[in-house]
Design a protein around this ligand. Structure first.
Ligand SMILES: Nc1ncnc2c1ncn2[C@@H]1O[C@H](COP(=O)(O)OP(=O)(O)OP(=O)(O)O)[C@@H](O)[C@H]1O
Ligand SMILES: [Mg+2]
Length: 399
């Protein structure tokens, strides 16, 4: 039975909500008088869920909750406030909270939040979490998203380390964007794959700031043939056992190794720009994912460079794609170009017009990928949930 500890009155009167908790597999929630008592109770009795108000606690109390959530990845927290203020909600997510509810809480909304948490607990990957960043078109921003998403994940200080791995054979750009001249790269790993372990992986990757490691791509075209679907699967298994979060920069070409990366990942972040050609390609990629029987919720649609001459309004984009766009990364050409010239992630304090909005969007994307269902306001939309089975095309492509 799951245990919830609740700061008194944070959800409003509890009596009518107790059946919602028990119906969702919780025992009767334990009520405490303060956030301090909440942290103490969670430490003493290892709770699964904490519920706390976001407006009244001090920064120090919220710091304690943040530390607790970071140290206990399976513990979740719901923040509440009398109104849905987006700054407050975002600040809560930055501290590692999973859900937000307006108090007094509505039974149906509480039930929905508990169901989302349950599916997150069930989905919690064994080993680390892998995100494949992919675009069916070149130049859409895959490398930029992979590097900055990995860095935003690292900044959230998960229990283990974070890596970005460049699976591009030929002209992989992760090293370029981070201004690295690594001694070893993907090629070295592929050569040693039969006997590769944590130690050899760690001797190949380059550590950059903020707890992020980088596996750079190989420019050795002859080795390209050795980067097979099986090699990619083995690399992913190795990354999963070494890193809490791995972000892959995947090639655009639909090859067996691309499919292996997309298939093996927990999430696919599909990046595109809102142009007629871009949308057509995304639609075709979504159809391919459907044939591969990837679950719909595995794919996170991310529109990049939003605001730079978008060709159609969002409802029309959703109609064209058959589903809404999940995230929008604003266009900030100078900010991105400056960071890439300096060889640092945008998320490492980039400045200038539009920098803050872009950094914030990357943080929200990181929150979503950490399995915390973002209560996403304003320019971003909510992920649909539907499921498909598993299919045959993958086998054909792998042959
Ligand atoms: N949010 C943004 N605002 C403005 N420019 C951006 C943004 N994101 C990426 N860019 C720019 O878009 C260009 C393409 O980005 P990037 O190299 O990451 O794309 P890619 O999909 O990896 O390309 P390739 O097909 O070459 O691998 C770069 O010049 C980058 O600076
Ligand atoms: Mg690239």
């Amino acid at each position: 039975m799951r245990r919830a500890v609740i700061v008194r009155d944070s959800l409003g009167p509890l009596t009518s909500l107790v059946p919602v908790f028990t119906g969702a597999g919780f025992g009767k929630p334990v009520e405490v008088e303060s956030v301090e008592a909440l942290v103490a109770a969670a430490l003493d009795n290892s709770a699964d869920l904490l519920v706390l108000p976001l407006l009244t606690p001090s920064q120090a109390e919220l710091d304690d909750v943040e530390t607790l959530l970071r140290e206990r990845p399976s513990m979740a927290a719901i923040g509440t406030a009398p109104t849905a203020n987006s700054d407050l909600i975002l600040a809560g997510f930055r501290r590692g909270l999973s859900e937000f509810l307006v108090a007094p809480a509505d039974s149906a909304e509480l039930a929905a939040a508990l169901a989302r948490l349950e599916s997150r607990w069930e989905r919690a990957p064994k080993g680390g979490h892998v995100t494949a960043v992919y675009s069916p078109a070149g130049g859409a921003g895959v490398t930029t998203v992979a590097v900055n998403l990995a860095h935003a994940l690292a900044l959230r200080k998960p229990a283990g380390r974070v890596a970005v791995a460049d699976l591009v054979v030929g002209l992989g750009d992760v090293a370029t964007q981070l201004n690295l001249a690594p001694t070893y790269d993907l090629g070295e790993l592929v050569r040693k794959l039969d006997r590769a372990d944590h130690e050899s992986l760690h001797s190949i990757v380059e550590s950059v700031a903020d707890g992020m490691d980088v596996l750079t791509g190989t420019s050795d075209l002859e080795l390209g043939e050795e980067v097979t679907a099986e090699a990619v699967q083995r690399i992913m298994t190795l990354m999963r056992s070494s890193y809490t979060y791995t972000v892959l920069d995947v090639e655009h070409t639909v090859s067996p190794r691309t499919i292996a990366a997309l298939d093996g990942a927990d999430r696919i972040v599909m990046v595109f720009q809102v142009t007629v050609a871009g949308l057509r390609k995304v639609k075709r990629a979504l159809a391919l994912f459907g044939q591969l029987d990837f679950p719909v919720e595995k794919v996170v649609l991310v529109a990049n460079r939003v605001g730079a001459g978008d060709v159609m309004p969002w409802p029309d984009v959703a109609k064209a794609l058959g589903r809404p766009v999940d995230f929008r990364l604003p266009n900030a050409y100078q900010v991105v170009a400056d960071a890439q010239t300096r060889g640092v992630p945008i998320t490492a304090n980039a400045a200038g017009p539009g920098a803050q909005a872009l950094i914030e969007a990357y943080h929200l994307l990181a929150v979503r990928l950490m399995g915390q269902k973002g209560f996403v306001t304003g320019s971003n939309e909510v992920l649909p949930t539907a499921r498909a089975g598993f299919g045959r095309l993958l086998g054909k492509l792998r042959k």
